[in-house]
Design a protein around this ligand. Sequence first.
Ligand code: C2O
Length: 585
Amino acid sequence: MAPRPWLSPLALPLGPSVALLVLACCCVAEASIVEHTFNVGNLSVSQLCQPPRVITAVNGQLPGPAIHAREGDTVVVHLVNQSPYNITIHWHGIFQRGTPWADGPAMVTQCPVKPGGNYTYRFNATAQEGTLWWHAHISFLRATVYGALVLRPRAGADAYPFPKPHAEETVVLGEWWNDNVYDLQQMAFLTGLPARSADAYTINGKPGDLYNCSDGNQTYRFQVRSNETYLLRIINAALNTPLFFKVANHSFTVVGADAAYTTPYETDVVVVAPGQTVDALMVAARAGGRYYMAASPYDSAIPQGPPFSDTTATAVVEYLGSDTDPTTPPTLPPRPEVNDTATAFRFLSNLTALVRPGQPTVPLSVDTRMFVTVGLGVSDCQPTQLLCNRSATVFSSSMNNASFVLPAPGKPSMLQAHYGGDGETAGVYTRDFPDRPPLVFDYTADASDTAALQYTAKSTRVRTLRFNQTVEMVLQNTRLIARESHPMHLHGFNFYVLAQGFGNYDEATATPRFNLVNPQERNTVAVPTGGWAVIRFLANNPGMWFMHCHFDNHLDLGLAMVFEVPDGPTPETSVPPPPADLPQC
Ligand code: C2O
């Protein structure tokens, strides 16, 4: 049995070579346990000159507490649910190898923690460095239940594969509603209509100066010193909106995305889709002054969908020192157009991985090829959608025309059904998620928008893989209803993005352009609007792994599926028994 990486080297039998290794590693901190208690409860917040709103938050904070760990540490979070809602937390981007019961999506890997209940999440941050985050994975509660999860190298910031910054700053981008987001989700479900757009975007929980009625307390401030370098850890925690991120008169060197290092990439605009993170170095290259950091929406829908909130969140980057006049209004960066797909695509397709010796890279052989359409369609109201117009169809979204629904209340979670040995007969899910769409058609042409093609049926289908299989998936956006960039997120794995483009995927022209040398590694890919992306991953992690659009509106409408990965040959490669405190449905 290979030693668990979090064991101290001293716990191993000390041969001469191991003793040398111990000496060589004398300065590397040993793995430790990072422990937190998350009390989920009510918090009263007043934003945008509205009367105070009661939101659901962790430890009375918005964003919630940041978790800082080093690669190889064990993270333990005791969740105490003092809120009136069922809750689960997902550790977005953590592989959860050997700990699938800690992944968090409600009804996929666990039943929710009921009001008054507890659950302890315990997992290792092994073989991951960079910026991840955590969020509620039930209803729309992640609108206010989210925070950063920062993983530094075992040897500390000196071990970054880029010049060590003077300081680091976590920049969590979000969306704010003046309404109760739980009720918003309920209404969306009951009526079969997507929820309305947010009232504001936020930076570290605050909307900033450009909103009517924003006061100085609602603007996040970030102080810098001239000529110092800052590592910005940018997280898009918004529910439904990809964001452009800029700082006036400053530019960035991107060094990581989704907790995977990238080749340094120079840009003055960062693009982050919901679920994604970007680590960027910013040199405070001015002598002094005040500058806005701005997050503005990227609306990729063609034709443009229901009105979205075309506003800008700001924070202030303020130079310390006498060259700064605290009364001057900060400089605002020019904002990309809301539908600036060219800028979004340039950023998102130009990133490449930083290839490092000894680190895994893209698998070159493929065992399973899937071609999966992603997009919007329509379906019949479900019987539980009590407020929808029975004579009409409602919005739906799907992958390969299968519109995903979670197991009905009263059933166990999908991972429990899987562990129990016969998920299919338990009536929880079926193993028939298709590898191709039911029909080959011109996916992205305007003429493809016909009523017959739009119809999708609801199901809980999984794709069962073999352990250690390599999967290649073409994600093809459709133009049924609308083209749109869908941020597709995979739990349990990172994948490599080999190529992306617009229109219909054409194997003959795309394959020669695959990047098999240093493709970017991600947990969330923004499939270009009316286009496609090709990803590959190695199914080396047994469990039930959700794959879905990270727009909550689309996730709820069914833009999801689950990979079932059976156990490997050893206990270390098998799903362990559920923890004793796993919540019951
Ligand atoms: Cu960050 Cu399943 O999600």
